[in-house]
Design a protein around this ligand. Sequence first.
Ligand SMILES: CC(C)(COP(=O)(O)OP(=O)(O)OC[C@H]1O[C@@H](n2cnc3c(N)ncnc32)[C@H](O)[C@@H]1OP(=O)(O)O)[C@@H](O)C(=O)NCCC(=O)NCCS
Length: 166
Amino acid sequence: MNTRIRQAREADVAAILDITNHEILHSTVLYEYEPRSLETQMEWFHDKLAQGWPVLVAEVDETVVGFGTYGTFRQRIAYRFSVEHSVYVHKGHRGKSIGNALMVELICQARANGFHTMIAGIDSSNMGSVAFHRKFGFEVVGTFKEVGFKFDRWLDVLFMQLILRP
Ligand SMILES: CC(C)(COP(=O)(O)OP(=O)(O)OC[C@H]1O[C@@H](n2cnc3c(N)ncnc32)[C@H](O)[C@@H]1OP(=O)(O)O)[C@@H](O)C(=O)NCCC(=O)NCCS
């Protein structure tokens, strides 16, 4: 299997949308209720690019099977060396090191761009993502209780953090 990680293009946004909407509809990975439209996802993509944030895709046999990005953690200026990231792999392609390849490249780019720390907000039931992040040295730094509500239940979100050493 040949996995290629590259910067996303407009033509990839439909595949990114499919992966995103699957999680919105079937999981608590994303704290959203309604599937996004292609137009909304395209705006998200262009906003990311306009702000200089990476949107990476993982391609297997010329099919986009995952994506990863990072962006603003919090708006105020003193947070400028911190980024919040996310990585998503299509359900049918998990466990094949695709998330790994995306995460390695995101960490590499964050470090190269002078960021100091990366943060992931993860639904506390998503133990797969917690295990995944631990592989890269992320540590759980705290949990907010009952800050989300989806599928008729309260959701806790935990934050994991990696300090990027030069
Ligand atoms: C989390 C996610 C990105 C992992 O992607 P993946 O391609 O399946 O992961 P990989 O095959 O690259 O695994 C990388 C490492 O993480 C570990 N890992 C991945 N998923 C795991 C799981 N569900 N349980 C335990 N460990 C897991 C693997 O064992 C592997 O470790 P190894 O290098 O020692 O073998 C993927 O499951 C996903 O998209 N989940 C839904 C979206 C999500 O939760 N994103 C994270 C929110 S920021």
